[in-house]
Design a binder for this molecule. Structure first.
Ligand SMILES: O=C(O)[C@H](O)[C@@H](O)[C@H](O)[C@H](O)CO
Ligand SMILES: [Mg+2]
Length: 403
């Protein structure tokens, strides 16, 4: 069996998605997600110029060999563009292999470790009151875990809070990056009040999460972790940027609030010290940005040795292809923690027909051979690419900060 054809499909049913389709000489095909939010066309160029030409004629069943060919063979290793491109190939090849075996992907990985996978949804509001209403709506919809992000008095525009109440939050909201103004002290003073209100209204059973989105220093993160300890967060996410992995050692000394990190990681080496030193509790890297199923499996296995569990990144800027494959992975992986879920628009769901379903705060994996997600190419063509950028943050004195 040989790879006969491979091509990228860029579509924007509400936001941009990049899909790689690989077709074999026997007519079987697989698809993989290559979406890197705000940098979509860089991955398309990498795939078209440097990856696809080398795939033609290869045996699609040699997933491991092709992974190393693209990783080692490129000489230039790692990085989000390279690893997203490799991931798309890897996901498509696992899709093909599972279809050839006549099995849903989770069976090939080793079968079910659980019947369903718990997800967390996003509650957002301009202030604590509106945010609590959003948490209530999620609870009514069956969610057992909710991420809570509220506006902060004195900060005009902030990560995680929708522009209008009740609307979903989409960060890549302008052709060129919007500029926001950030105040660490206002934020730090406000967040403990938000979680006090959440526990007061919803009691102890609901799992609550919070995303700091990289905007603190280690000692500030340590303070926040300590101050929210009474509210028993499921996790505090990305409390500092993680290029310096040792920073988490400092935070860890000060707080028992569980720590999650890694949505911007693209390889095991981004997380090695974090995992081996048990500085974190959840690893957030996901299939699309961290080299696909083949590499993510290695990360999860290392994490398992150190009591670190998975908490895959899953916002709407990853396509349903990534989400579908992730649900298979989550269903199998022994050290599963939680799966992030922001519902895609109905236009996106139509472009990417899929067999996973949301039920009672969980995803239930489908039984279709492969990863269970397809793409309607004709429909995809109706939504052309539109450049969209993530915002940047500046401190009140104008210094460029982490968004
Ligand atoms: O926890 C999350 O889901 C993330 O922080 C996202 O909301 C990112 O901001 C987005 O993926 C950027 O493209
Ligand atoms: Mg995040």
């Amino acid at each position: 069996m040989k790879i006969e054809q491979a091509y990228t499909i860029v579509t924007s049913p509400g936001r941009n998605f990049v899909t790689l389709k690989i077709v074999t000489d026997q007519g079987e095909y697989g698809i993989g997600d290559a979406t890197l939010n705000g940098r979509e066309m860089a991955v398309v160029a990498y795939l078209e110029e440097h990856v696809i030409p080398t795939l033609i004629g290869r045996d699609p069943q040699r997933i491991e060999d092709i992974w190393h060919y693209l990783y080692r063979g490129a000489y230039w290793r790692r990085g989000p563009v390279t690893m997203s491109a490799i991931a798309a190939v890897d996901m498509a090849l696992w899709d093909i292999k599972a279809k050839l075996a006549g099995m849903p992907l989770y069976q090939l990985l080793g079968g079910k470790s659980r019947d369903r996978v718990m997800v967390y949804g996003h509650a957002t509001g301009r202030d604590i009151e509106t945010c609590l209403e959003e948490v209530a709506r999620h609870v009514e919809e069956g969610y057992k875990a909710v991420r809570v992000q509220a506006g902060v008095p004195g900060i005009a525009s902030i990560y995680g809070v929708a522009k209008k109440d009740g609307e979903p939050y989409e960060p890549a909201d302008a052709e060129l990056p919007a500029e926001h103004v950030w105040s660490t002290s206002k934020y730090l003073n406000h967040v403990p009040k938000l979680f006090a209100a959440v526990r007061e209204r919803f009691g102890d059973d609901l799992h609550v999460l919070h995303d700091v989105h990289h905007r603190l220093t280690p000692i500030e993160a340590a303070r926040l972790g300590k101050e929210v300890e009474p509210y028993h967060l499921f996790w505090l996410e990305d409390c500092v940027p993680a290029e310096n992995q040792e920073a988490f050692g400092l935070i860890r000394q000060h707080t028992t609030t569980p720590l999650a990190v890694g949505e911007v990681f693209n390889s095991l080496y981004d997380a090695k010290a974090l995992i081996e030193n048990q500085w974190i509790d959840y690893i957030r890297a996901t299939l699309t940005h961290a080299g696909g199923i083949t590499h993510m499996r290695r990360i999860a296995d290392l994490a398992g040795l150190y009591h670190v569990r998975t908490g895959f990144h899953g916002p709407t800027d990853l396509s349903p292809v990534c989400l579908g494959a992730a649900i298979h992975f989550d269903t199998w992986v022994p050290n599963f923690g939680i799966q992030e879920y922001m519902p895609h628009t109905s236009a996106t769901d139509k472009v990417f027909p899929h067999d996973y379903r949301f039920e009672d705060g969980h995803f239930v994996v489908g039984e279709t051979p492969g990863h269970g997600v397809d793409i309607d190419e004709d429909l995809a063509k109706q939504y052309p690419y539109k450049r969209a950028s993530l915002p940047v943050n500046r401190l009140e004195d104008g210094t460029l900060w982490h968004w």
